[in-house]
Write a protein that binds this ligand. Structure first.
Ligand code: CS2
Length: 489
């Protein structure tokens, strides 16, 4: 029998096994979030839903920068949705923290009204690495198409950078001087980079505003972590069974979740500290640990695993040779590339990451992780490589991760496979020129300066290591994984 649709009326039908915080249901809006993708709804929105049990109006106005899908689907269920924890002991929670979803291009006035309201104390973002419009040095890219557009069309900003600068101008004019803007994306120094980019954008048109932002607005750095595969029909069916209602856009994630936030706020915040969020003066050690150990091995496993014919993280890490390569890379190379926080047991953290990858209940597609390699590799692998080169530590296996990405590009070019990457045209056009002289092909791809800084692309040790990896992987296929991977170790 078809199940009734989830909404405020059918909530009473929820089985008692489904967790549901009642306080968040009544709360008014106090947060605006840009980018209501799966990760936000599985992470920050859940922490906020739980924190509202300790009071406060911290309802979320979610703003989609482009697509209408989430808004339209959630509108039919009054923005309620289910979080499914997919693990040994699955559990389900009904999230009511999101109060509305707006689409920037269609509801500009409402978006601006929310961003400039005195009752809005926090703006958070999950807009992916590419959404920050930064150049290879991590500074505002004034040649970026969206930034060029936004400078010419100040009334219709497309980028989050310009949208926030515009809203801050109105807040300045109205004397609303408290706001904290929290980046929740996988970028090193994410908050500091976001703050600098917004101030740089403001400086181009209004130096007073730029100064006001620097004095009044806080941009804490954060580390965010929870593996959140895309939602699919299998999940919808599973959730319908568990909650006995039809939820058209539930979210799934693993049980593990972590949020570390720099304790640097301009104004009030939800009781996040009471629901598992870590506040600290120094996020960078956590951030490096997570970006380099987890995201670095995720990307390496994605490109290597796809080449071996695997589809999911679990399939890839379950292969003994790939497990060995990833673990050796983490323990012998990545671990020594940065200073971890004193309180972090890095070996235990590495074992926990590999255990999380082995979660057979989660189908996390390698192809999803393979997106946006040009934006991800600098923070995930190239930073560790540069630091190890400077210290004379090994880079062999991290270079294999880079080589696997190069093969991913060449295969895509040769097979007309569409890749998801803001630099897709550039990457594929360069890869299409790769004619099979492997050493030349590597030099050609390493010359892509938007990804590989010249200092690295001209570092002979790095070039040799990537070329060796590329040569070895050129023979890799689903039938000879042990032989090829063992040869690299
Ligand atoms: C993944 C991340 O898709 C990817 O690039 O590496 O989304 C990863 O699952 C999260 O950062 C885990 O916190």
């Amino acid at each position: 029998m078809e199940k009734q649709r989830l909404n405020k009326q059918t909530l009473a039908l929820l089985p008692s096994s489904v967790i549901h915080n009642v306080s968040s249901a009544k709360a008014e809006i106090g947060i605006v979030h840009l980018g209501p993708g799966a990760f936000h709804r599985a992470h920050q929105a859940v922490y906020t839903d739980n924190a509202m049990e300790f009071g406060g109006n911290w309802g979320i106005c979610a703003v989609s920068m482009r697509s209408t899908g989430v808004r339209d689907e959630l509108a039919e269920q009054e923005n309620l949705y289910t979080l499914a924890i997919i693990d040994e002991n699955p559990s389900y929670q009904l999230i009511s923290a999101i109060k509305e979803v707006l689409v920037l291009g269609e509801q500009r006035q409402q978006v601006m009204a929310r961003l400039t309201a005195a009752t809005t104390h926090i703006v958070s973002l999950t807009i992916t690495e590419k959404g920050y419009c930064l150049d290879g040095k991590g500074l505002l890219d004034t040649a970026h198409a969206d930034i060029v557009h936004d400078l010419a069309n100040p009334a219709e900003p497309r980028s989050a950078i310009a949208l926030l600068a515009t809203a801050l101008k109105i807040r300045m004019q109205q004397g609303i001087d408290q706001l904290t803007i929290i980046s929740c994306d996988n970028l090193a120094d994410n908050g500091a980079k976001l703050g600098k980019a917004i101030v740089a954008f403001a400086t181009l048109s209004d130096k007073t505003l730029a100064e006001w932002i620097s004095l009044n607005v806080c941009f804490p750095n954060t580390m965010v972590d929870s593996i959140t595969p895309a939602s699919n029909d299998e999940l919808r069916a599973r959730v319908a069974e568990a909650i006995q209602l039809q939820d058209n856009w539930p979210i799934q994630r693993e049980a593990f979740t972590q949020w570390v936030i720099e304790d640097h706020f301009s104004g009030p915040r939800p009781a996040w500290d009471k629901v598992g969020v870590t506040f600290t003066q120094n996020v960078s050690g956590y951030e490096k640990a997570k970006l380099r150990l987890l995201n670095g091995s995720h990307s390496t496993l994605a490109y290597l695993g796809l080449r071996c014919g695997f589809e999911t993280v679990n399939e890839g890490i379950s292969h003994p040779a790939l497990f060995k390569l990833v673990k050796t890379m983490l323990v012998e190379e990545v671990k020594v590339s940065f200073n971890a926080p004193d309180e972090l047991d890095v070996d235990a953290y590495i074992d926990a990451i590999l255990k999380r990858y082995s979660n057979r209940h989660i189908r996390h597609l390698l192809s999803q992780i393979a997106w946006d390699g040009s934006q991800k590799l600098p923070f995930r692998l190239l930073g560790s490589i540069q630091d190890n080169l400077a210290k004379g530590n090994s880079i062999t296996l991290m270079a294999v991760g880079v080589a696997a990405w190069l093969h991913f590009l060449v295969t895509a070019a040769k097979t007309n496979l569409k890749i998801v990457d803001p630099l897709a045209d550039k990457l594929i056009s360069e890869a299409a020129y790769c004619a099979g002289n492997l050493a030349d092909d590597v030099l050609r791809l390493l010359a892509i300066s938007q990804v590989f800084p010249t200092t690295l692309a001209t570092n002979q040790h790095f070039v040799n290591a990537v070329t060796n990896g590329y040569l070895a992987l050129s023979n890799l296929n689903p039938t000879n994984i042990d032989e090829v991977i063992e040869g690299l170790l």
